[in-house]
Design a protein around this ligand. Structure first.
Ligand code: ACM
Ligand code: ZN
Length: 537
């Protein structure tokens, strides 16, 4: 037989064998099938029964999902002995991490028991993945018992809305996708050289001037010209609140990122006095790292950034504020008398120590608000601010070093979880470059060998970063995150000993159908590479 026919046959067989099987991503900790298999049937007479008002959120989510996806309308009610039904309940238990749940499907109904609200919500998510992957009103749910708990407490996805702006509705759909995969943090990269995207009432020019650029380079950097098409957009504070609430209803915490001291061109264009030279500056129309950064010798800059954070912090209940800290060239500071005076007055060794001064000064301010800062791993250079958390992106060494200094860490290495990289060796669309296949993402292990058992607690989890230089719209955004985000969800949620590429690959076939059901775009690169991917385990 020729190779194509063998591939086709293996697909048909795989599709056949996964049909009707339990196929949840991320893989739960324990899945027990009953001795006598069967299906519970949800129909419009099946009530969703909640014990206590705190679960109406999960109940409404389930109800809306079933209506939207299958056109089946269920009713919610409080406390009943009526059976069969879908029962949502919380069991109080001390010292159980957030997100743990048990799920039982039997002929009496569906019983979801969480140890907190998030746990109930994740139980609901698993039920959604027991349902058919086609639009049908015959909602069969196979009998099963599931005991499940997240491996990591930080399961994140980042989105850069500066290089390209994404509407509130696109951001909400992105958050929906997080929820469907049991992610619990959304890192919202709101400011950068190419656009300032959040309304700050005290500094209206940030959005009047800084949220628009008059064109964008064409093609891969350095590009073949400029499209001269205006690009822009920003979120009002009201819209930010709406997104944060939407995320909270899905047990997703939103972490805002306000970049400093680098990646500041958009802010400097709006307020040139905040730069070392006073400008003029421009909202950048090309990609890369720019020398125009906030002046570290000018106290007005610190007042400005504190004012900005005064408006940002109350919008986000998150415990953390991300202040960037990456890719800050020291060229302007070296030539700036104010920056040099700051170095001298504070006995700082060099410009790296000046960056550390900058971050530590901002950290002190953020700490007075009861919040902690997160910074990219460059904040290790010149000394880590005392209470900072570190996102390790230039590989994992920064994260390992930070953990050894007893700082909390999120792993986001370019090697495995940069979803702006290509996912196919064949160049199927314009990307920043690199190659990160779904299998490579699946192979990622956030706890590196150099981390001692007593240091593991400092590795809170991991996150994929989605930089949008080459992601101009929602369709491309989904194409870049799927199916890699499904692979990452399993890295972050499932027990390490349950991770198995072959098994995931089988479940992925069904997940592809779910993407269609969810109306999300995804890369077919996985199929292109089936014949070339070396099989793991
Ligand atoms: C980064 O990718 N510059 C954090
Ligand atoms: Zn300066």
């Amino acid at each position: 037989m020729n190779k194509k026919l063998i591939l086709l046959l293996s697909f048909v067989l795989t599709a056949f064998s996964v049909f009707g099987q339990i196929s949840i991503i991320p893989q739960p900790s324990i899945v027990l099938k009953p001795e006598k298999p069967g299906n519970f049937l949800i129909d419009s007479k099946t009530p969703i029964v909640v014990s206590g008002t705190q679960l109406t959120n999960s109940a409404n989510y389930l109800k809306n999902y079933l209506t939207k996806t299958y056109g089946v309308n269920l009713k919610t009610q409080n406390h009943t002995s009526a059976s069969p039904a879908i029962f949502l309940q919380i069991e109080q238990k001390n010292d159980v991490p957030s997100g743990v749940y048990n799920l039982l499907v039997s002929k009496e109904g569906i019983y979801i028991t969480g140890y907190d609200e998030a746990g109930v919500f994740y139980g609901v998510q698993s039920v959604l993945q027991l349902l058919p992957v086609t639009k049908t009103s015959a909602l069969t749910v196979p009998y099963v018992t599931i005991n499940d708990a997240p491996r990591f407490s930080y399961r994140g996805m980042h989105l850069d809305v500066s290089r390209h702006f994404f509407t509130v509705s696109a951001v909400k759909k992105y958050i929906d996708n997080l929820a469907l995969h049991k992610f619990n943090y959304f890192h919202w990269h709101l400011t950068d050289d190419q656009g300032w995207r959040i309304e700050i009432k005290k500094y209206p020019k940030l959005t009047e001037v800084g949220s628009h650029r008059s064109g964008t380079i064409v093609g891969h950097h350095p590009g073949t010209g400029n499209d001269n098409i205006p690009e822009g957009g920003f979120y009002t504070q009201k819209e930010v609140k709406e997104v944060v609430k939407y995320a909270a209803e899905r047990y997703v915490t939103v972490i805002p990122e306000i970049e400093m001291p680098g990646h500041a061109s958009a802010a400097l264009t709006a307020y040139p006095n905040l730069g070392c030279t006073g400008g003029p500056y421009q909202v950048q129309q090309t990609w890369g790292v720019f020398d125009e950064v906030f002046c570290a010798g000018n106290d007005t800059v610190f007042t400005f950034l504190q004012d900005v954070l005064d408006e940002v912090i109350p919008l986000f209940p998150a415990q953390y504020v991300h202040i960037g800290g990456d890719e800050c060239p020291k060229t302007s500071w070296k030539a700036c008398p104010k920056c040099q005076k700051r170095i001298k007055d504070n006995n700082l060794k060099d410009e790296h120590a000046l960056q550390s001064y900058f971050i530590s000064r901002m950290e002190k301010y953020v700490n007075t608000k009861g919040k902690s800062i997160i910074g990219w791993d460059e904040i290790l250079e010149g000394g880590l601010a005392p209470n900072a958390l570190v996102m390790s992106w230039r590989g994992e060494q920064g994260g390992i070093d930070a953990a050894k200094q007893k700082h909390y860490v999120m792993m986001t290495p370019g090697s495995h979880v940069y979803f702006d990289y290509s996912q196919s060796s064949r160049d199927d669309s314009l990307t920043i470059g690199g190659l990160t296949t779904v299998q490579k993402v699946y192979s990622y292990e956030p706890i590196q060998a150099q981390i001692q058992p007593n240091e593991e607690k400092y590795i809170l989890g991991a996150q994929a970063n989605v930089w949008t230089e080459y992601i101009p719209n929602e369709k491309k955004l989904e194409y870049m995150i799927f199916p890699r985000m499904s692979a990452l969800s399993e890295v972050l949620w499932s027990p390490k000993n349950k991770r198995n590429w072959n098994d995931f690959e089988t479940r992925l076939q069904k997940q592809f159908k779910r993407y269609d059901l969810w109306n999300v775009n995804y890369s077919k690169a996985y199929f292109d590479q089936l014949s070339t991917i070396p099989k793991a385990n």
